[in-house]
Design a protein. Structure first.
Length: 150
């Protein structure tokens, strides 16, 4: 059986994790999050790619370029684009790859403009407020799902 593949997409400003608003996002850096995810994926013999961009068009292009038979599952923190981006939502619908939406902070405990997501209703599930552990949980879920797929 071919090795399963998971893509993690981090949206805008997540490259600043570690220095950015630690009260909301903690002190962990994006590099540390990605390293931890890679460890989990390696142990499970899953191919993992991580990708970060501050540009909506680049994220749309990245998703458009995925052949659905090369990436089996996605984990996405669209960051600010969560609340604004119909184009990223449409790109995901076009490639039809299942995904979990992750937020470090509990968006529902914050400003009301963060309460709406353009992604949640098409996501397999949503994790919000667990900090970096949310990514780990999403990855473990994705691995279980892929390993149990028919
Ligand atoms: C975020 C929440 C968003 O509202 C915000 O714009 C972000 C990060 C989170 O991970 O908590 O940039 O997605």
């Amino acid at each position: 059986m071919a090795t399963k593949s998971i893509l993690v997409i981090h949206g805008p400003n997540l490259n600043l994790l570690g220095i950015r608003e630690p009260a909301h996002y903690g002190h962990i850096t994006l590099d540390k999050i990605n390293t931890q995810l890679s460890r989990i994926a390696d142990t499970a013999d899953i191919t993992l790619e991580t990708y970060q961009s501050n540009a909506e068009a680049d994220i749309v292009a990245k998703i458009q370029n995925l052949a659905s038979n090369t990436v089996d599952f996605m984990i996405i923190n669209p960051a600010a684009f969560t609340h604004t981006s119909v184009s990223i939502r449409d790109a995901i619908s076009a490639v039809n790859i299942p995904f979990v939406e992750v937020h470090l902070s509990n968006v529902f405990a914050r400003e009301s403009f963060r309460h709406h997501s353009f992604f949640s209703d098409i996501a397999v599930g949503v994790i919000s407020g667990l900090g970096a552990d949310g990514y780990d949980a999403a990855l473990r879920f994705a691995i279980n799902r892929l390993n149990n797929a028919l």
